[in-house]
Design a protein around this ligand. Structure first.
Ligand code: SAM
Length: 391
């Protein structure tokens, strides 16, 4: 049985890519026929991470303007320079040797530009990247680094088991963690699952799994109101486990998480009734996760209140929460525009700055959350604008 995508007005992929998507769709369809409706969380995990076929695993993912979306480090060097200033500031308080652990490094642009911009590069720059295909892309990107820097980089497939001092960085990783979807029905919350509908995949609802049911009860308590009937949204059930696992080896230092998201009260506003799940296919955002599985990025906004609670429960100290705009301004990247050597560079930097900082672009939608362990002083990039009270 073929698993044709729904007919959204999107450009069709070439036949060899469509065939990969079809194979993934068939694999998902076979599981549904065997086991019944698939929780959306499992569908999203397969659509992104199924070995050889998922969006991040099939080696087809293109970065930057040739791909499906552009992240902050791929806009240019300003974002990496800002992060480098924060890393230098924290590293000055740590004893040598210290380490940077970057989670989910994508194209490797942040690693390359950060290592080049650091005044005091770490002894080791470790990249935790689950995708073998992306590890190869990152190796190629980092091949440009001079030997003294390039040979500090190493790849790991699981969080390090030995404790280390340093910084953990994750840009746009949490939005790629699979989420459970729910819908408020007439008799209470239901779980949105994936079913086979003729030769297509589509939505169905079932009683929520125990874990989701418990998470939704806690959510209702914390919100202090009932979400209205028909409301659809997401919960990342694995956020706490993920954060705990990746942060456990951090003995002393900081964790910097950058992503799009909201504090809980804003995430679950009654009027945000269609949730935050978004699909990206060749620079077009849409809301049908069943179109071209494996060729489409699926992501959901981050509930930063849940993230703050999870980090604190893992013994980290919540050191700051602000917008990307305020973080970048706090790191004074605007001064780099005036320091440019020529007019063409000045114009390019001004354009990049605008995309990173303007409220209608990435500036307000993206947030920066920092945790620390064993540090007493605040982090410079988050000291000026503190939005923790909104969490
Ligand atoms: C949207 S991309 C962001 C890439 C990069 N950080 C950037 O800003 O351009 C998401 C990245 O997270 C990785 N990823 C997904 N799940 C992960 C996990 N559980 N741990 C670490 N990385 C993960 C993906 O393979 C991919 O490299």
């Amino acid at each position: 049985m073929s698993r044709r995508p729904s007919a959204l007005d999107l450009p069709a992929p070439p036949p060899e890519l469509a065939a990969i998507s079809q194979r993934l769709g068939e694999r998902i369809g076979t599981i549904i026929e065997r086991d019944g409706p698939l929780p959306f969380e499992r569908y999203m995990a397969m659509a992104l991470y199924e070995p050889g076929l998922g969006y991040y695993m099939n080696g087809l993912h293109k970065f930057g303007s040739a791909g499906d979306f552009v992240t902050a480090p791929e806009q240019g060097r300003l974002f990496a320079i800002a992060v480098a200033r924060q890393v230098d500031e924290v590293a000055a308080r740590l004893a040598d040797p210290w380490t940077v652990l970057e989670l989910g490094a994508g194209s490797g642009a942040l690693a390359r530009d950060l290592l080049s911009a650091l005044q005091n590069p770490p002894a080791r720059y470790r990249i935790l990247e689950p995708s073998a295909a992306l590890r190869e892309v990152q190796r190629a990107t980092l091949a440009d680094l001079p030997a003294g820097l390039g040979d500090r980089v190493e790849w790991i497939a699981a969080p390090p088991s030995e404790p280390f001092d340093g910084l953990i960085l994750a840009n746009e990783v949490m939005d790629a963690l699979p989420v459970a979807r729910f819908e408020i029905g007439p008799d209470g919350p239901m779980e949105r699952c994936v079913a086979v509908r003729g030769d297509r995949l589509g939505w169905t609802v079932t009683a929520p799994r125990k874990r989701l049911g418990e998470a939704l009860s806690t959510l209702r308590e914390r919100l202090g109101y009932r979400l209205p009937e028909g409301y659809v949204s997401e919960v990342c059930l694995d956020l706490g486990g993920w954060l705990d696992t990746v942060s456990r080896p951090l003995r002393r230092g900081a964790l910097l998480l950058v992503d799009y998201g909201y504090p809980r009260a804003e995430y679950y506003l009654p009027e945000r009734s269609a949730g935050t799940l978004v699909c990206h296919y060749r620079h077009r955002a849409h809301f049908d996760p069943f179109v071209w599985p494996g060729l489409t990025d699926l992501s959901a906004f981050v509930d930063f209140s849940a993230c703050a609670e999870a980090g604190t429960a893992s013994g980290l100290e919540l050191a700051g929460f602000t917008t990307q705009a305020d973080f970048l301004l706090g790191m004074r990247i605007h001064e780099l525009i005036d320091e440019a050597d020529d007019e063409a560079s000045r114009m390019r930097l001004a354009g990049e700055f605008k995309r990173l900082v303007m409220p209608g672009e990435m500036g307000e939608k993206f947030k920066v959350m920092a945790f620390t362990r064993g540090l007493t002083e605040p982090l410079v990039g988050l000291a000026e604008s503190d939005r923790r009270q909104a969490l």
